[in-house]
Write a protein that binds this ligand. Structure first.
Ligand code: KG4
Ligand code: ZN
Length: 339
């Protein structure tokens, strides 16, 4: 096995077309992200058909830019990696087919990567000494998972959402209080001017025995609160709604994450996914970890939201184990990480 492995990674599972060149799993030589947020904003959310078309338009430029920025040639690339699920099928197919084309043309191995797995690996990029085991909360627009990473490629799902993902709840509540898309960063900004104790929204703990989450009840509680106020013609203070909603989400995420770490007697807790860029969540989890003498890891924001560097990092550990895909690799919209 070569001692200097370069992987070209592609991510196109939702509304970001991304390509990254990663050296030996943890050294990011380029990380190009073309976001479609400005386009989807006008529809209040991601329109799958539009996302696929934009990926098709953007992917060649994004890949070329990543190669130029990394200052490498295709001869130096050792493998081509790509997200093949979960995500929007049409969006995934663009990346998967482009990666297959490169792998065939360059005669380099192809590596299919699970998007959630990619989010977890964002933690390895900025923490060069990090080794499993650790507990990771992956909170994004499509997923809320508490995962015990036993070893590279070995995952135990300790808990997951039974309905809405945390990011999805942020997006829906943002729409209800008249903020745009994506809702997470806009709620966070509004919440900074609000009082998190103003409204007592429910903390959906489900029951004591499970680490599963549920956010649809909280979302409904916010919508009911708004409708109630509207019917009574009373003022809605969007800042307070945002702050109180955000606090309810953060409380549940922190409580269950700490419980998972304690259950596995695991002293390292990591965050991942778009919601992980929320500063209230980062601060609250950091505080709890400090209190319990746990190491707390949080990737910088650019590595929390969708990117291809995290896919390149995850692919490296598959490369070491020669876990290659063949030309039959397909997009799997509901791909599971583990049972
Ligand atoms: O990981 P990601 O980029 O894409 C998916 O895999 O879904 O996550 C996007 C989600 C969106 O729901 C967005 O509203 C949420 O992450 N998000 C945030 C923040 N930034 C992005 N949620 C809360 N606070 C933020 N600062
Ligand atoms: Zn994601």
């Amino acid at each position: 096995m070569k001692d200097n492995v370069l992987i070209l990674a592609i991510e196109s599972s939702c509304d970001e077309t991304a390509c990254s060149i990663v050296e030996n799993g943890r050294n990011v030589l380029s990380n190009i992200i073309s976001s479609q947020i400005e386009i989807h904003k006008q529809y209040g959310g991601v329109v799958p058909e539009v996302a696929s078309r934009k990926h098709i338009e953007n992917i060649s430029d994004v890949v070329n830019e990543a190669i130029i920025k990394a200052n490498v040639s295709c001869d130096n690339i050792d493998a081509v990696a790509v997200t093949y699920g979960p995500g929007l099928v049409g969006a995934l197919l663009v990346g998967v087919n482009y990666a297959k084309g490169l792998s065939y043309a360059w005669n380099k191995p192809l590596i299919g990567v699970n998007h959630i797995e990619g989010h977890i690996y964002a933690n390895f990029i900025e923490n060069k000494d990090l080794e499993p085991p650790f507990v990771c909360l992956v909170a994004s627009g499509g997923h809320t998972h508490l995962i015990y990473i036993n070893d590279y490629g070995k995952y135990e799902i300790m808990g997951k959402t039974r309905d809405d993902a945390a990011g999805e709840a942020f997006d829906k509540v943002a729409r209800a209080i008249g903020l745009g898309y994506p809702g997470g960063p806009l709620i966070e900004k509004k919440a900074k001017e609000g009082n998190e104790a103003a409204i007592n929204f429910p903390r959906a703990v489900i029951d004591e025995d499970t680490l599963d989450f549920s956010f649809s009840g909280l979302k409904s509680a916010v919508l009911n609160y708004i409708h109630n106020k509207q019917q009574k013609n009373e003022e809605i203070i969007a800042e307070d709604v945002a702050a109180s909603f955000q606090q309810a989400v953060v409380d549940v995420l922190v409580m269950k994450t700490m419980k998972a770490a304690k259950l596995r007697n695991c002293k390292i807790v990591a965050l991942a996914g778009g919601v992980a860029s929320n500063s209230s969540l980062r601060e609250a989890l950091e505080k709890e970890c400090k209190k319990n003498n746990y190491v707390f890891l949080k990737p910088s924001s650019i590595l929390c939201t969708d990117n291809a560097a995290m896919i390149g990092c995850a692919a490296y550990y598959k490369y070491l184990k020669k876990e290659f895909s063949d030309a039959s690799l397909n997009a799997i919209p509901n791909l599971k990480l583990a049972d």
